[in-house]
Design a binder for this molecule. Structure first.
Ligand SMILES: Cc1cc2nc3c(=O)[nH]c(=O)nc-3n(C[C@H](O)[C@H](O)[C@H](O)COP(=O)(O)O)c2cc1C
Length: 446
């Protein structure tokens, strides 16, 4: 039996939704809960820059998750297509494609997807597959900056020095930061990639700024000198220049989106949207300032996230087992993610905000998701690890038939595969492809 204490056992031992609800109530969590699952079937409206309303069939989404299985030229492989058939076949109304690089030097591995003029047809096939399942498809444009790691790039591509990261990776201390000239060249690259994505048939383009990848790292570049560091205006400059460049080449009916770290949860002055002079605490003042500008420029879809999988993964995706024992109960992490989404959704009621972090809740996730939708703490709820694990999760959640034998168990094995740049998926629930890889490369501390 579980104990009624926030700091107690981190194991997940709830045996019924009512048990979870009671636990949340008795321990003072502000985590919404609804036995009525109807909100999961809410139709969702997303407004394009020309005012056109896109109608989505329900309020569930799959989150972007890198699969490290693209061909060397950046096009989706058969295995990539298999993943997206599963995501779109899950019944979720929206599929948010994983990080797709805008330039070769910034790939996280030789097998990260990348948009080029030569591989546009391969992306068109991927889009066709997803469209067969009637899903709205978002392309995530990225430059992986600090986390670039591929055969052509000898070292990470930093936008700013960051003590907390350098303490973990002392070999990075002497690596120079990217020049203003290099950063100046990027908006055009984002625009080119966005056009390829739109021509391939994606419904929305995400200018990604999260997890300390380049554009988010710049948002936190309080200590960088020159036009891309210091003031809020300077730190937000490249994000806004890329957004403008993307918008200028797209048709007005293509939705503008962003996966945004609402807070990096990395100590000031190294993190974006954290309180100064306090133990690490989210402060969404600058997040709102940024969203104010972006929504005026036509942003209508935002996928919330926090933290960085490379620095504080327990913030980013509450887990039971992971790289380290989390310093807080995973439900505290989930509550923070829900609070963040709620704060932004309340400040921007017309923005389609997608909530994050729910996979930790296993078969009880639909009740919390329905509660969050009912309370307008988000407009849609996204699932990441759950989508790797459970190929019909959205249909089953909507029908109230979530199968405990198929759910994600928050064991971080997918993240271990990703960390090693191996084909990434769920070794527990999708064993045919991913268990042999996990056995060969990750077991016995390999
Ligand atoms: C293996 C793996 C790969 C991920 N890749 C991406 C990515 O490409 N882009 C992104 O924005 N988030 C990425 N994420 C974060 C997820 O989108 C999501 O925010 C996180 O897993 C928490 O949601 P969940 O609790 O439903 O899993 C990744 C997560 C995992 C586990």
């Amino acid at each position: 039996m579980f104990a009624f204490d926030k700091k107690d056992s981190y194991s997940f031992s709830f045996t019924s939704p009512d048990e979870l609800r009671l636990y949340l109530e008795q321990n003072g969590y502000e985590i919404p809960f609804s036995k009525d699952l109807a909100p999961l079937s809410n139709q969702v409206e997303i407004t394009a820059p020309n005012g056109e309303k896109k109608i989505l069939k329900n309020a569930l989404a799959t989150h972007p998750m890198e699969g490290c299985d693209a061909e060397l030229d950046g096009s989706p492989s058969d295995l990539t297509r298999r993943r997206y058939e599963r995501f779109s076949g899950s019944g979720a109304a929206l599929v948010w494609a994983e990080a797709i690089s805008v330039v070769p030097e910034a790939r996280t591995s030789d097998h990260q997807m990348m948009f080029t003029e030569k591989n546009a047809d391969a992306f068109r096939r991927l889009v066709d597959d997803v469209k067969k399942n009637d899903a709205f498809f978002v392309a995530q444009l990225t430059h992986s900056g600090r986390f670039a790691k591929n055969s052509d790039t000898p070292h990470a591509l930093f936008a700013t020095k960051s003590l907390p990261f350098e303490e973990k990776r002392p070999q990075d201390v002497d690596v120079p930061v990217l020049s203003d000239d290099y950063l100046d060249s990027l908006p055009e690259k984002y625009a080119k990639a966005a056009k390829i994505a739109e021509d391939a048939g994606f419904d929305a383009i995400d200018v990604k700024a999260c997890h300390q990848y380049l554009l988010d790292e710049l948002l936190s570049a309080h200590t960088r000198e020159g036009k891309y560091g210091g003031s809020f205006e300077n730190r937000a400059k490249l994000m806004l220049d890329c957004f403008d460049a993307v918008r200028s080449v797209l048709r007005p009916e293509t939705v503008l989106a962003s996966r945004l770290s609402f807070s990096d949860m990395i100590e000031y002055p190294y993190g974006f949207a954290v309180a100064e002079g306090k133990p690490v605490t989210p402060d969404l003042t600058e997040t709102k300032k940024l969203l104010e500008v972006l929504t005026q420029k036509g942003l209508s879809l935002v996928n919330m996230t926090m933290g960085s999988p490379y620095f504080n993964p327990h913030i980013n995706r509450p887990y039971n087992k992971g790289a380290y024992e989390p310093p807080e109960h995973p439900l505290v992490g989930l509550e923070r993610l829900i609070d963040g989404a709620r704060e932004i959704q309340t400040a921007f009621p017309n923005l389609t905000v997608i909530g994050t972090g729910y996979s930790y809740l296993r078969e009880f996730a639909p009740y919390v998701a329905a509660g969050a939708l009912r309370d307008k703490a988000a407009t849609m709820i996204g699932f990441g690890r759950m989508a790797f694990a459970y190929d019909t999760f959205a249909k089953d959640m909507i029908e109230g038939k979530t199968d405990p034998r198929k759910v994600c168990i928050a064991c971080s094995k997918c993240a271990e595969l990703k960390k090693r740049s191996l084909h990434t998926g769920c070794p527990i629930r999708d064993q045919e492809i991913y268990l042999p890889l996990y056995r060969e490369h990750c077991m016995n501390n390999k």
